[in-house]
Design a protein around this ligand. Sequence first.
Ligand SMILES: CC(C)(COP(=O)(O)OP(=O)(O)OC[C@H]1O[C@@H](n2cnc3c(N)ncnc32)[C@H](O)[C@@H]1OP(=O)(O)O)[C@@H](O)C(=O)NCCC(=O)NCCS
Length: 187
Amino acid sequence: MPSFEFETERLLLRPPQRHDAAFIVKLIGDYDVAKNLSRVPHPYSQKDADEFFVMLEEQNAKGTDFAFAIMEKSRGWFMGVVGVHLRDKGEFELGYWLGKPYWKQGYASEAAKRLAEFAFHDLKAPKLIAGWFHDNPASGHVLAKLGFLPCGVEQRESRSRGHAVYCNMVELPREKFGRQRKQAEAA
Ligand SMILES: CC(C)(COP(=O)(O)OP(=O)(O)OC[C@H]1O[C@@H](n2cnc3c(N)ncnc32)[C@H](O)[C@@H]1OP(=O)(O)O)[C@@H](O)C(=O)NCCC(=O)NCCS
């Protein structure tokens, strides 16, 4: 699989590397980050980060997952991870997290927008889907701003909480994203 890397106005999105592990352990080790993700345990150890990298390597080899470290371009800070995961019918699921010191500065929106462009343009995804836990409205807002629309509710396991949580499912079809882009360019 080719290795992708993207720049946005403030971010560098590049494949996560083993030397990021210490930052991952520290940032995702915060329960406020972990509780909004389904597969992340709490507490989070170096061993969990090692397992994450093994899983990434396997998924990369299969071409089912594309994960990127969210780096602050000018200062070189590791801030979080954004990625897409292949589901049924060529659809990809979008996911992301940022360390708490980096919240509320528009970084998730900037990273998620670039990943949506990647999924539609490079991966030719017909649709992107995403899910946000009912008590995580900030993520719902990031997705709504990108044009995602509700498509259902499911119960999803949260490993860190130790139980299932209501998860709002949203979707963004390729044509809708393309239309929005044309409108933005014309404005
Ligand atoms: C969710 C998360 C990614 C958001 O990251 P972020 O960089 O702070 O997001 P952004 O700044 O790009 O956008 C957040 C938007 O939500 C809004 N928001 C923040 N808190 C909110 C709340 N409680 N209710 C509604 N909207 C909220 C912000 O105002 C902002 O909107 P704006 O750009 O119109 O002002 C981050 O909080 C995080 O990593 N949380 C833990 C992991 C997680 O939830 N991952 C997503 C799983 S679905």
